[in-house]
Design a protein around this ligand. Sequence first.
Ligand code: CTP
Length: 398
Amino acid sequence: MLHGRHVLLIIGGGIAAYKALELIRRLRERGAKVTPVLTRAGEQFVTPLSVSTLAGVAVFRDLFDLTAEAEIGHIELSRAADLIVVVPATANLLARMANGLADDLATTLLLATDKRVLVAPAMNVRMWTHPATQRNVAQLAADGILFAGPDDGAMACGEFGPGRMAEPAAILAAIEGALGGGPLAGRHVIVTSGPTHEPVDPVRYIANRSSGAQGAALAAALRDLGARVSFVTGPATVPPPPGVDVTRVETAQQMRAAVMAALPADAAVMAAAVADWRVKAASAQKVKKGASGPPVLELAENPDILAEVAQMSGGRPALVVGFAAETEAVVDHARAKLARKRCDWIVANDVSPETGIMGGAENAVIIVTADGEESWPRLPKPEVARRLALRIAAALGG
Ligand code: CTP
């Protein structure tokens, strides 16, 4: 519940602006007071009348509204709220925020505020992955700006990928988390994600097809519930979400070291597709073709990070969750893994090529625990992440 909490909601100019209307409704249902600010570009997508009707108060549109009415200055407006939320945060708005511009009411409020700011980015996938946007996002995260989303999925422009705005329910959870009301507030969760690369020589490596999408979505969902997230990622194709502590690693051994360094934690969720083997004696120089024919690679077993954390004698996280990517007998293999590794849950999925799950946007998982199995329908990965994060919060008593 958000009774007595005050949110200053800045609506930027993007097609996802319509979701801001639903967010206003949900915030008010939960008892929050919403002061809306509509940017010039935002007005092209939603009308001031719909915004003010849903918010139950007048909408601020122009820097000069404030001085003309002389009722409330921009400094006061920027500080009266408990939290400033930007929905949708366009590439342009993020760029202006990252550079401290104050050329309209929204950016002036964002610069003048002494309150926390949460943004829900929404833009085309190329705009989101562009180095300039990623630079701005990294700067904003370093400045302490909180992020909800973006999700990976179909976009209004017809493209597909990261950049789609988080759903209002997820933004609401992030707002509750930011206001200290999230069920994982004060909790620390370690998430591993992505593949590992095991070098053969300086230019070649053994890898797998994991994109890191499920792990990244999970880290974002846990963050949105208020957790402090240590995100240990191999070389994934999906970028890490903003607002989490990222450690980038390449090999399984580096991933193990990063996980151990991040402990203690309340929960550890191992979504990484860790290579089971590494090349025993990786060559320091590029292996050349030669008269002796193809090289024979001797493999050595990698440390099992999940099993090690689950079997720690002291300082074991209260909840240790593993993933099982299987291509047959999914539940049987998952249950065997649960017993062998001694973790608390296994999130099992079928990654046979025909499912399109590995590297895809959706996932169909079965949660295997000591108490039984729970099959979830095929869902977008961010939704699987949101449900898992809620289940984790419930298990930790949140
Ligand atoms: N895992 C890990 N460290 C490893 C291998 C796996 O932490 N060296 C974790 C994964 O992150 C995942 C779970 O263990 O959460 C399942 O990994 P998987 O490789 O599927 O299990 P294995 O025990 O290797 O079983 P198999 O290869 O027989 O499927």
